[in-house]
Design a protein around this ligand. Structure first.
Ligand SMILES: Cc1ncc(COP(=O)(O)O)c(C=O)c1O
Length: 425
């Protein structure tokens, strides 16, 4: 595709998210405003030599003439999506996967081997916890869960077995922030004592923040993981995941994708590229404004015990949130997620949520997050139920906590639906 006259990088992120790379090596479609969707599992090769070259050069870094072979290796929609994701995160490259878990498992597996250890924050999305706790030990990859907000990790970073430090920039479900500057200073110090091939690799799940609110690569983390299923795809229609980082990681990530097979389907990649990314900024800003209004309202309700939202002064890390969660345009980006608890026992929580499920028009009891519709759930019994109940409190999870993902409805309608349910408990 031909290069437009003005340079992409002189434009704001918001504009780049709409136009992507005006010249892509991934596909020739110079007359299309919107990239056409391709759907072909395999590609025509003009000679055996070109076929052999394609297999040789696959995952070998950026090429001026990528040879497309088979969808599980590379395909044009996914490649264009990856270009846009790398722009948003400010990384050299991105590799897209079938789901957030496809991205997380491939990122961790491509950096570790038997005998090594993953040091992880104690609060993680439930399936990430079960990946680390139930699956990786079967392959000899150990784990230790720690509180990254204490100084606990400093000493543990000295353990030569530790190869990966893994955490969520804003944790699911309790909206705890990881202080990236402080953590990276500690990791860099520990890495000075290690050979390059043994250095600690930092992997950060940035799903709650999205690159609109935080770009962890700016702090020097090695790999950023996103579940594209959430705010980035945004409409609740696609599943996807991605890992972003330096070009040096691209090969092993693509090889992991090829052999474990967690490929994003081309139609999903196209939807995320054409509908999700270009609308992320406006959706995020609107949903965030609603989240702030709802969080403030919740904070004033006599039946509410606590509200956790990074945009509230009462958030224990509000100052850090104001520093770290910034849109590319410099505004405080406090997010689209709230966690709150009601006064009373689990029965009260259940009565409230059931009332919402049965009666609320604007709020739906459903897992997932970051989509156009407001969703409510109880992580301890749903998304985080893979963490055994006796371990939940040491993982920072209160069984009674309710998670709210704000959508695009009118804030007052959401408040009215929550108020109606609160009156019934
Ligand atoms: C923080 C976080 N990371 C990763 C995932 C996994 O993403 P996916 O459902 O796309 O596999 C989720 C899913 O809820 C999540 O909340």
């Amino acid at each position: 595709m031909t290069q437009k006259k003005s340079s992409r990088t002189s434009h704001r992120n918001r504009t780049q998210m709409i136009h992507g790379k005006s010249a892509t090596k991934s596909w020739e479609f110079s007359r299309h405003l919107i990239p056409p969707i391709t759907s072909a599992t395999t590609f025509r090769l003009d000679s055996l030599e070109r076929g052999a070259q394609g297999f040789m050069s696959f995952a070998g870094g950026s090429s001026d003439d990528p040879i497309l072979i088979y969808d599980r290796l590379d395909e044009p929609n996914t490649m264009m999506l990856e270009e846009s994701l790398a722009i948003m995160e400010g990384t050299e490259c991105a590799v897209a996967f079938a789901s957030g878990m496809g991205a997380i498992s491939s990122a961790i597996l491509s950096c570790t081997r038997a005998g090594q250890k993953v040091l992880a924050h104690r609060t993680l999305y439930g399936c990430t916890y079960s990946l680390l706790n139930d699956w990786l030990p079967r392959f000899g990859i150990e784990n230790t869960f720690i509180d990254m907000n204490s100084a606990e990790h400093r000493q543990l970073l000295e353990d030569p077995k530790v190869r990966v430090l893994y955490f969520e920039s804003v944790s699911n479900p309790n909206l705890e922030l990881a202080d990236l500057q402080r953590i990276m200073a500690d990791v860099n110090k520990a890495n000075k004592k290690r050979k390059d091939e043994n250095r600690i690799i930092v992997i950060v799940d940035n799903t709650f923040a999205t690159p609109w609110a935080l770009r962890p690569a700016e702090y020097g983390v090695d790999l950023v993981v996103e579940s594209l299923t959430k705010n980035i795809s945004g409409f609740g229609t696609e599943m996807g995941g991605a890992v972003m980082g330096a070009r040096a990681f691209e090969r092993s990530l693509k090889l992991a994708r090829k052999d474990f097979g967690a490929i994003l389907n081309p139609k999903g990649a196209w939807q995320i590229l054409v509908h999700g990314i270009p609308t992320l900024a406006v959706r995020y800003q609107q949903q965030q404004a609603t989240a702030l209004k709802v969080a403030k309202w919740l904070g004033k309700q006599p039946r509410v015990e606590s509200v956790v939202y990074p945009g509230l002064k009462s958030h224990p890390q509000h100052a850090l949130a104001k520093k770290m969660l910034r849109s590319p345009e410099g505004e405080f980006a406090s997010g689209t997620m709230i966690s709150f608890t009601l006064k009373g026992d689990m029965k009260k929580c259940q009565r409230f949520v059931d009332h919402v499920a049965k009666n609320a028009y604007s709020v739906t009891l459903a897992v997932s997050l970051g989509v156009t519709k407001t969703l409510i759930e109880v992580p301890g019994f749903m998304t985080h139920s893979a963490i055994p109940s006796e371990k939940q409190s040491s993982s920072g999870i209160d069984a009674r906590a309710i998670r709210l993902s704000l959508g695009l409805e009118h804030a007052d309608d959401i408040i009215a639906d929550l108020q109606a349910a609160m009156a019934k408990i």
